[in-house]
Design a protein around this ligand. Structure first.
Ligand code: AHG
Ligand code: MN
Ligand code: MN
Length: 338
């Protein structure tokens, strides 16, 4: 076993040691999330075999058909978080309101210190096509002092996140997380059931040659964005144009590729979705925390995602995220400065 054999838990503990006052709760919480995602990974990889595919016949708050795997991922995460005892509340894409977890542990009522937002299964429309999907999480310290969690604990702006990450269920299962000390990635080795360090202190390229957007919405975009996307397709060697188009339709997959290779992902507002489609609390904020820690940029076309004051659990935001210079460039087009 060589010294590079660093498990996720070993890495989390090493990060914890940088904070002498750390209680170890956040480390436990991250390990509990990783365990839940290992279980989800098992189901995702077996989905086709145990008929977990198909619809439950119910819809979530967004009126979207909920596939069984979404519900399974949600249930797995909530029960793991209940067992961990470190969370006073969880919020999930699959639950209209947040879930106040009753902290009863060892007979004493304990006031747990964290809250967590989840997208239990991102890219769920791709489940049946065996395209990469993922889980996204975002962790905050509660702001109320004790008792049951309130909405005040859940609706905090992104700069107050203490940790964020995602797990991508693809050709392999990879977990990427940050606690504000850089971005680190781990590949699940199913033979030993451990996430092993594969990317230490990931940094995203300042400018790249890939853009990721659903061009089917072109006619609904504002003119500035159309001009930007048109410019990426022109022959302009000094600007490195044309760029390559890559769009999986799973945010986690598109984001992960751009994090590793460089690139910009765009989900703008349009005439139909005036606030865009993606959700602030469990899609934009956690990925914005990660991309900024990796030296990238994430805005709504004007303001930093992490500065947005949330008003509701499922509020949507336009999202422009990835290589810093590319995000700055599209902002110029969006704000008429190009
Ligand atoms: P979710 O499956 O959690 O609802 O997220 C789906 C999102 C995101 O994964 C992806 O980037 C986007 O939907 C794709 O939307 P379009 O199909 O409109 O391009
Ligand atoms: Mn999603
Ligand atoms: Mn989802």
């Amino acid at each position: 076993m060589n010294e590079k054999f660093v498990t996720l838990y070993r890495h989390i503990i090493d990060q914890e040691r940088k904070y002498p006052k750390a209680t170890g709760e956040l480390s436990d919480l991250l390990a509990d999330i990783a365990l839940a995602c290992k279980l989800i990974s098992l189901e995702v990889n077996r989905a086709g075999l145990i008929d977990i595919l198909g619809f439950t016949g119910t819809e979530n708050v967004h009126g979207e058909h909920v596939k069984k795997l979404d519900v399974h991922a949600h249930d797995t995460l909530v029960s793991a978080m209940k067992a961990s005892g470190h969370l006073c509340a969880v919020a999930s894409e699959e639950s209209e309101n947040f879930i106040a977890l009753d902290e009863q542990r060892m007979g004493k009522r304990i006031t747990s210190r964290y809250v967590c937002h989840f997208d239990p299964l991102d890219g769920s429309s791709n489940i049946d096509a065996n395209i990469s999907i993922g889980t996204i999480f975002s962790i905050y310290k509660r702001v109320t002092k004790s008792g049951y969690a309130t909405m005040e604990d859940l609706l905090q702006k992104g700069t107050r996140q203490v940790a964020a990450g995602y797990v991508i269920y693809g050709s392999s299962t990879i977990m990427v997380y940050t606690t504000g000390e850089g971005v680190h990635g781990f590949t699940l080795d199913p033979t030993v059931g451990e996430f092993l360090l594969c990317y230490e202190n990931l940094k995203i390229k300042k400018r790249a040659k890939t853009y990721s957007i659903n061009e089917g919405n072109y006619c609904k975009w504002d003119m500035g964005l159309r001009k930007y996307i048109d410019s990426l397709k022109e022959e302009c060697p000094e600007k490195g144009h044309p760029y390559s188009a890559r769009y999986v339709g799973s945010l986690v997959a598109d984001f992960h590729r751009n994090l590793l290779y460089g690139g910009i992902f765009l989900y703008p507002a349009d005439k139909k979705n005036v606030n865009g489609k993606l959700r602030l609390m469990y899609e934009a904020n956690p990925l914005a925390f990660i991309v900024e820690q990796a030296g990238g940029r994430a805005t709504n076309g004007r303001d930093r995602i992490l500065h947005i004051e949330p008003k509701t659990l499922h509020q949507r935001t336009p999202l422009f995220i990835g290589s810093e210079e590319d995000v700055l460039e599209v902002e110029k087009y969006m704000n008429g400065k190009h």
